[in-house]
Unconditional design. Structure first.
Length: 341
């Protein structure tokens, strides 16, 4: 049996650990053969593959990024489609695919499996927004990176008596903002699940400043003020038709400064949250998910993905992961809100 592996969508710390876990398990336990598709679904459509053996995955679990490359290619656009995917698999003797990716990747995988392509999924989202898994690899690393960055921002804020606004990832959900904001002792945390007024934000900022603190505001990229219909986006659409978000921090900073009189600066953390060495937690989780994906292939769990429930790895249908987003519950936000201002 020959298995193809791909990584698609945004990169995340832990992708290489998934690849290593799947390949080593498949070779050592089941004597299977592996290839990797370069650059996600684009590699599938173009038939761009490389051999994956023990030497190719040696020592990669501690590396960030992905040795296979990635893209946001939609396999149903341009020259793609189920016929093309089947043709490439047949030409290269590939019996099944392990697709490692987020919402867009898994949605494409579901469409393909509905047409008979044999695919097992591994959830990948730094935002931690897939409902079918308790945690996704990359999230822990992103929170640690964001927290460290905020700790640094607080020192310069203290030195200049400034309000610092830190924009973090979080398209639809505020998990990174919530966790990193609480860890860094933020005075305001703004998430997509909760529209908030400028007046309330400035009240929290002023309260912190009046106590002699340099206010720290953490905002998820998908946050919208109560006067906005949609999240702030100036960068067009991605390959799956979703707005490219970013810039809400730069939008808020001058408003805060104007209304409070406190000098305010914004920093967008952006892609540094995805980069670098994965945390120990993410390495272990990603490795376990890769190993479990290999078991799913052997057992023929097509159209399903592996997921973390508590401390156990389970198999769930793609539809469970795509049905709804895992948003921050009201009680978790209210818990953090006590510390604002």
């Amino acid at each position: 049996m020959r298995i193809g592996i791909l990584t698609s969508g945004g990169d995340a710390p832990g992708l290489n650990a998934v690849i290593r876990g799947a390949v080593l398990t498949g070779i050592k336990v089941h004597a299977l053969d592996f290839v990797g598709f370069r650059n996600g679904w684009r590699g599938v459509i173009e038939g761009d593959i490389i051999h994956l053996g023990r030497d190719e995955v040696k020592g990669i679990s501690k590396q960030g990024g992905t040795i296979l490359g990635t893209s946001r290619t939609n396999p149903f656009e341009a020259d793609g489609g189920v016929e093309r995917v089947n043709a490439v698999m047949s030409e290269n003797g590939i019996d099944a695919i392990i697709a490692i990716g987020g919402e867009g990747t898994l949605a494409a995988a579901k469409r393909l499996t509905d047409e008979g392509v044999r695919i097992v999924g591994v959830p990948k989202t730094v935002d931690n927004d897939l409902d079918a898994t308790d945690y996704s690899f990359g999230f822990d690393t992103a929170v640690q990176i964001a927290t460290e960055a905020m700790d640094r921002l607080r020192t310069t804020g203290d030195a200049h008596d400034r309000c610092m606004v830190a924009e973090v990832m979080g398209r639809h959900v505020g998990w990174i903002a919530l966790h990193s904001g609480m860890a860094a002792g933020a005075h305001v945390i703004l998430i997509p699940e909760r529209k908030t007024s400028v007046e309330q934000i400035c009240k929290w900022v002023s309260e912190a400043h009046d106590r002699g603190r340099a206010p720290l505001v953490v905002v998820a990229e998908g946050f919208a003020l109560d006067t906005m219909d949609d999240a702030h986006s100036e960068r067009g659409l991605d390959a799956f038709g979703r707005p490219r978000l970013g810039g809400i921090g730069e939008l808020l900073a001058p408003i805060i400064e104007q209304q409070t009189g406190i000098e305010t600066r914004a920093t967008t953390l952006g892609h540094i949250q995805r980069g670098g060495t994965p945390s120990a937690f993410d390495r272990v989780l990603a490795t376990r998910l890769g190993m479990a994906a290999m078991r799913s292939v052997v057992e023929g769990h097509w159209g399903r993905m592996v997921a973390l429930r508590g401390t156990e790895i389970v198999h769930v249908p793609f539809a469970d992961a795509l049905g709804k987003l895992k948003t921050v519950p009201d009680d978790r936000y209210e818990e953090a809100r006590v510390l604002f201002g």
